[in-house]
Design a protein around this ligand. Structure first.
Ligand code: KG4
Ligand code: ZN
Length: 349
C-alpha cells in the first residue's frame, strides 16, 4: 500500500509518498519527499511570521502534492490513504494541510489519518534505519520542541521530559539573531563553531532537580532549559565592543558545546534508567554536526546502538508524516471527516 503524507505545521510545505515494503525489519520505503521551504520569506523578518507562512502554504500546497505524486509515479487511484500533520504547530499553517488533506481524501474516497508532528519525527528514524531495537529512548529536538520519549512498543510513546522554556533549536535561532548571523540560526552556528574554541567563553549549564508545577507527573530531573544560556550569551555580547569574526566563532563553539552536552547527558541518563536497547535523535537540531558526532562516540563507548535520520529527514518533511500515518493506519486509526487542526496537540502524556 502507498500513502500520501502532507506536512504544513511551520514554514515548510511538504508532500511525500511512502509505501509498505512487507519487510518487518524495514517496513517503509520513501518514493518521494518534496519540500518547499519558506526560509527566504521569513529570513527578512528574522523568524517565522505565522500569517505569511499560512498564506505561502496556500500558494504552494497544490503544486507540492502534484510533484510528490509525479516523482513517486503514483496516481490518486494507487493510494490507500492520506496522512496529515494535525498538530502541534502554527494553527494557520496546520489548517492549510488539514483542509487540503480532508478535501483530497474525500474526493479520492480515501481514508484520512491524523498524525502528531513529533510521532512523525520519531518515525523518521524508522524510515531511515528500519525498526529500532526496543525499548528505545528518543530525543526529539527542533525549533519548537526538546522532548525525551520512551518508545516501548512500535508506535507507543511515553513522554519522559521536555524543555521548561526554549527549545534547543529556538536557542540556536535566538543566539544567531543576537550575534547578527541571520535565520535560521542552527546551520550558521554549526558551521562557525567548527572554527572556534569551545572553551573560550564560560557559559552556564542548567541542571533541574525538581518537578515542573505545570507537569507534576514528570519527575523533572531530565527536563531541559535553554533560556538561561541564551541570556548569558546576550550579556556576554552586550558587555563588549562589536565582536571580531574569531570571537563570534568562539561564542558559537562554546554555546554549541553546552547545548550538545546538555542534550546528550540527559538522553544517555534516560536510556540507562529505562534500560533502553537503542537511542535515537530526531528533529531539525539532529542535523547538527557536533551532536551527530558525539552521539556516535558516546554510543560506541557504551555499546549502545544509536540512530539518526538523514539530513533531509531531520528537518520538517512529509515522508516522516506518511510513514507515521501508515503505522497508525495499520493500527486501525482513521480520522473523522470533521478532523480539526490542534496547535497544542500532546503526545504520550
Ligand atoms: O524540525 P524543524 O525543521 O522544525 C520544527 O519542527 O521546529 O527544526 C528547525 C530547527 C531550527 O531551530 C534550526 O535552527 C534547527 O532546527 N537546526 C539546527 C541545525 N539545522 C537546523 N540546529 C543546530 N544545528 C544544525 N545544523
Ligand atoms: Zn519539526
Amino acid at each position: 500500500m502507498r500513502i500520501l503524507g502532507i506536512e504544513t505545521s511551520c514554514d515548510e510545505t511538504s508532500a511525500a509518498v511512502v509505501e509498505e515494503t512487507g519487510e518487518a525489519a524495514k517496513p517503509w520505503a520513501n518514493r518521494s519527499n518534496v519540500i518547499a521551504s519558506q526560509v527566504p520569506i521569513h529570513r527578512e523578518w528574522g523568524g517565522v511570521v505565522p500569517e505569511l507562512a499560512s498564506r505561502q502554504h496556500i500558494r504552494d500546497i497544490c503544486g507540492v502534492v502534484e510533484r510528490a505524486l509525479d516523482e513517486a509515479q503514483t496516481a490518486w487511484s494507487d493510494l490507500g490513504a492520506v496522512a496529515v500533520t494535525q498538530g502541534p504547530g502554527l494553527v494557520g499553517s496546520l489548517l492549510i494541510g488539514v483542509a487540503f488533506a480532508k478535501a483530497a481524501a474525500a474526493a479520492a474516497r480515501l481514508p484520512l489519518v491524523a498524525v502528531h508532528h513529533l510521532a512523525g519525527h520519531i518515525e523518521s528514524l524508522v524510515l531511515q534505519n528500519g525498526e529500532l531495537p526496543l525499548p528505545s529512548v528518543v530525543l526529539v529536538v527542533s525549533g519548537g520542541h526538546t522532548s525525551l520519549y520512551l518508545v516501548d512498543e512500535p508506535g507507543r510513546y511515553h513522554l519522559l521530559s521536555r524543555t521548561r522554556d526554549d527549545a534547543a533549536g529556538e536557542a540556536y535561532d535566538k543566539v544567531a539573531k543576537l550575534l547578527g548571523l541571520g535565520y535560521p540560526g542552527g546551520p550558521v552556528i554549526d558551521r562557525l563553531a567548527q572554527t572556534g574554541n569551545d572553551r573560550a567563553v564560560a557559559l552556564p549549564t542548567t541542571r533541574l532537580t525538581h518537578a515542573d508545577r505545570n507537569a507534576p507527573e514528570l519527575k523533572g530531573d531530565l527536563d531541559f532549559s535553554f533560556s538561561g544560556l541564551k541570556t548569558a550569551v546576550l550579556r556576554y555580547v552586550r558587555g563588549r565592543p562589536p565582536l571580531a569574526q574569531r570571537e563570534i566563532a568562539d561564542v558559537c563553539a562554546s554555546f554549541q558545546r553546552i547545548v550538545v552536552t546538555a542534550l546528550l547527558d540527559r538522553l544517555f541518563d534516560a536510556a540507562r534508567r529505562h534500560q533502553a536497547k537503542s537511542i535515537g535523535i530526531a528533529g531539525g537540531v539532529s542535523a547538527n554536526s557536533r551532536l551527530r558526532a558525539e552521539l556516535g562516540g558516546r554510543g560506541e563507548r557504551r555499546e549502545m546502538p544509536t540512530f539518526l535520520p538523514s539530513l533531509r529527514l531531520s528537518t520538517d518533511n512529509a515522508a516522516m508524516i506518511a510513514a507515521a500515518g501508515l503505522r497508525k493506519f495499520r493500527g486501525g486509526s482513521i480520522a473523522p471527516a470533521d478532523l480539526n487542526a490542534d496547535a497544542s496537540l500532546t503526545l504520550g502524556r
